[in-house]
Design a protein around this ligand. Structure first.
Ligand code: SF4
Length: 448
């Protein structure tokens, strides 16, 4: 049997489904793109030009596939969501438009009015207190040796679950945002702060999304940071590899700039890596695998950070497949985050118990270094903690209490399960503000 035949037979085995990367012309099922050739679909400029920015385009592109019920639900979603619409043709075409209601990709990028739930009483628009821990514009400094640098507020797609919905993607009907683009003066101020703080060794360049930086901007930021003597590591954060792999495949100038920063880092003995954001196996195809081959052949390391979302990746099967499939593409599964307590996301959130059980199920399915750590990024700025490292968990009322001894010594943090997942009695207790306060106080007292 030839090697190719053997591989084809192997991927029919259920345990090896993660080696199966779809390579069909799936976009041709979308009426407006039925005549789009593979070379056109591969072109990063075509992907940008045809990205969906307005809800009425959904109808224009889908034609008869878009029912009146779906359209009115999408329009209702736009009146509630804190995020604008932006979705690449690549992701749009992967949605199952025959059954869009349950589709994990539709859920992440095109919210429906019918899916929203009331925000949790203790939600915050800046749940992680990034603005509080910001010493200069565009920079968050929480961990002693690491900073988060946010040079842009735009992304190639806008995710309904975005933790920075207060900043990203422009104002919506419900949220006024102070968005910004490239501003070299402010970037230089951030670099000056990093230069003056020798404890900092690690910079995450996020946003927004590093994909939206031009090739010269990518180089300017990377090389400016790597020239700072105490900086040892930089990571470009981008969801791009997951939702727009065509850019890696056809935007040679951008990939060259990234490669040059990577080589520049190596010449200084410093790491330059990418952190990306695959959330569901549904968004993985041959295009992502080819993009990863291009990055890997240049020696560029990629790690994955997924966000745990109900109806997207909260089953053992989807999480195991996601873990093994990104690992197969030479992407290291790094974190799975519990959903932050930000507005417009209650329907996505899971309980702490669900996260703990999922991690138990995933651990052991592959090598430990290729297994993601499930974390809760503590509301109020305690940083990321392993899901099982809480100090106290009142599961009946959905209240967990945490400490972060190194990040905020002496402080106590709380995370709350979504109320709709609690028992009817507990849901009733949460309706009463006095009872709610008493429950939280009692939980905190258990650890103080
Ligand atoms: S790509 Fe990241 S920053 Fe941009 S909208 Fe999605 S989650 Fe938010």
């Amino acid at each position: 049997m030839s090697e190719t035949n053997k591989l084809e037979n192997d991927i029919k085995i259920p345990e090896l489904q993660h080696r199966n990367f779809r390579d069909d012309e799936f976009w041709k099922k979308i009426p407006a793109w039925s005549g789009v050739k593979r070379e056109e679909f591969a072109d990063h400029k075509w992907q940008v030009k045809n990205s969906i920015r307005k809800i009425k385009q959904v109808q224009e592109i889908l034609g008869p596939l878009c029912t009146p019920e779906l359209m009115s639900d999408l329009e209702a979603g736009q009146k509630i969501t804190p995020m604008n619409i932006r979705i690449t043709p690549y992701v749009f075409a992967l949605i199952n438009w025959v059954k869009p209601w349950d589709d994990p990709l539709r859920k992440q990028f095109l919210p429906l009015g019918s899916q929203f739930l009331d925000d949790h009483p203790y939600y915050e628009s800046d749940s992680l207190s990034e603005d509080t821990d910001s010493p200069v514009s565009m920079l968050t400094h929480r961990y002693p040796d690491k900073v988060l640098f946010l040079p842009t507020t735009i992304c190639p797609v806008y995710c309904s679950y975005c933790t920075r919905s207060r900043l990203i993607g422009g104002s919506t009907e419900t949220v006024e945002k102070e968005t910004y683009g490239a501003n070299q003066k402010k970037w230089d101020d951030a670099f000056e702060y990093i230069l003056r703080n020798p404890l900092i060794e690690d910079v995450v360049i996020s946003g927004g999304d590093s994909y939206m930086l031009t090739a010269p901007q990518l180089k300017y930021i990377g090389e400016s940071l790597l020239k700072i003597p105490h900086i040892r590591r930089i990571r470009y954060a981008t969801k791009g590899i997951a939702i727009f792999p065509q850019k890696i495949l056809t935007d040679d100038a951008w990939l060259q700039a990234l490669t040059e920063v990577h080589e520049f880092g190596r010449s200084y003995g410093k790491q330059v890596v990418i952190h990306t954001h695959f959330s569901s196996p549904k968004e993985i195809t041959k295009w992502n695998q080819l993009a990863m081959e291009r990055l890997f052949s240049r020696g560029i390391i990629v790690r994955n950070q997924a966000v745990l979302q109900a109806g997207v990746n909260d089953t053992v099967d989807s999480m195991v497949k996601l873990t093994r499939q990104v690992g197969f593409m030479n992407i290291q599964p790094y974190y799975v985050y519990m959903h932050d307590m930000v507005p417009g996301c209650e329907h996505f959130r899971t309980t702490l118990r669900e996260a703990i059980e999922l991690e138990k199920a995933v651990r052991g399915t592959t090598a430990g270094f290729n297994t993601p750590t499930f974390v809760c990024d503590l509301p109020g700025g305690g940083g990321k903690r392993h899901v099982a490292s809480y100090e106290y968990y009142d599961e009946e009322n959905g209240i967990s209490v945490w400490k972060a001894p190194y990040v905020k010594p002496g402080a106590v943090f709380t995370y709350y399960d979504p109320i709709h997942k609690l028992s009817p009695e507990a849901q009733k207790r949460w309706q009463d503000p006095k009872m709610r306060e008493a429950m939280v106080k009692e939980a905190i007292n258990k650890v103080s």
